[in-house]
Design a protein around this ligand. Structure first.
Ligand SMILES: Cc1cc2nc3c(=O)[nH]c(=O)nc-3n(C[C@H](O)[C@H](O)[C@H](O)COP(=O)(O)OP(=O)(O)OC[C@H]3O[C@@H](n4cnc5c(N)ncnc54)[C@H](O)[C@@H]3O)c2cc1C
Length: 408
């Protein structure tokens, strides 16, 4: 069914013609090309790679970046793209976020001219795929503890270590890998096929099944000296990439929430129980729909203001934390409420709700968990970072494991 959009409070009147056109184009793409195949992709646990060339043609990769033939769209348009893609599936939006915000952006912002010329045009068309390797088996919320190293030997960098939970890992032609050097954390471009670089898929996922998640290994992996991103000066560059992606996720979460709301609303008007009445007539059902539409509407306004701030160069990382944290939470709660409204039909793939519900568990966790973003906001408003708990005194400690250092 064609998606009519969710607009309770004339949100559309905030958008200009181009923004509406961008959104409607991606909306149509999702209705016509994504919705018909996405349940199958989820079931088969595969990334819908057949959509990549068309997404490239539509300019969806790195859509808010400029130069090198990139679209240079404003950030509200970019956000609306993410919203519509995630209405299709969080895995599809993840693919586009990783490609644009986590791989093209660091090359665009921190790369040499040669690196930009070499990678940005083929990544924009989808002919080259990227992945972003920051998380490690023992370091998720606290990437600063990473163990992956890069040491300089003559005209080469030598990488050793491993990365885990890497979206697009086995699909990627180039991995943006963050590693510790003698001078701090730097970003490196590691090309597929480089000796000493391995990747394998992680299996058993119940969530984000239409997305590829991988482990990366580096063992005496030698790359040319010029493959370091020259303008990276520390972990903060990796966090800047995450902020780009998190901005898109704040919009994406709304897309998943909208699909859940729309599905539940339509269902409630058609599902008859007790005295020939649709379940929409019951106050308890209406209360759930009311919660969803209210929170989606608030989330839209939050995302729009973030876009305005981003376009004017005023968006701060703690704003992004609020957007990502709130809107993904709205999606998570909306998926649960929609599933309830659908009754038994809420657990089968005839409807998208259970897939969104499972997907959102990943989105709630990656790119900074809900709680870590709560700590970012808490640190901003109080001025007191609470990432590091006081160490438990040795004598009284039940577990010898101290809490690690802060993510940001
Ligand atoms: C499907 C998927 C795709 C992903 N894709 C990528 C990718 O492409 N690239 C990449 O680099 N990473 C990726 N990740 C990794 C993701 O970013 C991490 O999973 C995330 O940062 C959380 O790390 P963790 O899973 O190790 O959890 P942990 O850091 O171990 O956290 C576990 C729990 O402890 C809580 N916690 C941790 N520290 C604190 C604290 N100080 N105070 C209070 N609570 C705390 C957390 O909120 C969480 O609830 C992906 C993850 C998933 C699931």
């Amino acid at each position: 069914m064609k998606f009519p959009g969710v607009d309770y409070m004339e949100f559309d009147s905030l958008l200009d013609d181009e923004q509406r056109m961008v959104r409607d184009t991606v909306r149509q793409f999702v209705d016509e090309m994504v919705s018909p195949i996405i349940e199958e992709c989820h079931e088969q646990c595969r990334t819908p790679l057949e959509l990549v060339p068309q997404m490239g043609e539509m300019g969806l990769f790195g859509a808010n970046l400029t130069g090198y033939g990139l679209p240079g769209l404003d950030n509200v348009s970019y956000g609306l793209i993410m919203q519509e893609l995630e209405r299709g599936d969080s895995g599809l939006r993840s693919f586009v976020s990783v490609q644009g915000a986590l791989c093209m952006y660091p090359i665009w912002a921190f790369g040499s001219e040669d690196q930009k010329q070499r990678w940005l045009p083929p990544m924009a068309t989808g002919e080259a795929i990227g992945c972003f390797g920051l998380t490690e088996p023992d370091f998720g919320s606290n990437p600063g503890g990473m163990r992956t190293t890069a040491r300089r030997e003559g005209e080469e960098w030598v990488l050793d270590g491993s990365k885990q939970w890497i979206t697009n890992g086995t699909l990627a032609d180039v991995a943006i890998v963050w590693a510790k050097t003698d001078e701090g954390v730097r970003g490196f471009l590691v090309e597929k096929g480089t000796p000493g670089y391995t990747s394998s898929d992680q299996h058993g996922k119940f969530s984000l099944r239409a997305s590829t998640t991988s482990e990366l290994g580096f063992s005496n992996c030698r790359i040319p000296a010029e493959n370091m991103l020259p303008k990276t000066v520390g972990l903060k560059n990796a966090l800047m990439c995450l902020n780009q992606a998190r901005y898109g996720i704040a919009w994406g979460g709304l897309g998943a929430a909208m699909d859940c709301y729309h599905t539940a609303l339509e269902y409630s008007k058609e599902r008859i129980q007790f005295d020939g009445q649709p379940i929409a007539c019951h106050q308890l059902v209406q209360d759930k729909l009311t919660w969803m539409i209210t929170e989606i509407t608030k989330g839209q306004l939050l995302a729009y203001q973030m876009g305005q701030l981003k376009d004017s160069g005023k968006l701060q990382h703690f704003h992004v934390s609020m957007g990502k944290r709130n809107n993904v939470w709205v999606a998570r709660e909306s998926a649960k409420l929609a599933r309830e409204i659908l009754g038994a039909n809420g657990i089968v793939n005839d409807y998208p709700v259970i897939r969104h519900m499972l997907n959102i568990e990943s989105v709630y966790t990656y790119e900074g968990t809900h709680d870590i973003h709560g700590l970012v906001i808490g640190a901003e408003v109080t001025g007191v970072p609470a990432f590091n708990a006081p160490r438990i005194p040795e004598k009284k400690a039940k577990s010898p494991t101290p809490v690690g250092s802060a993510a940001e």
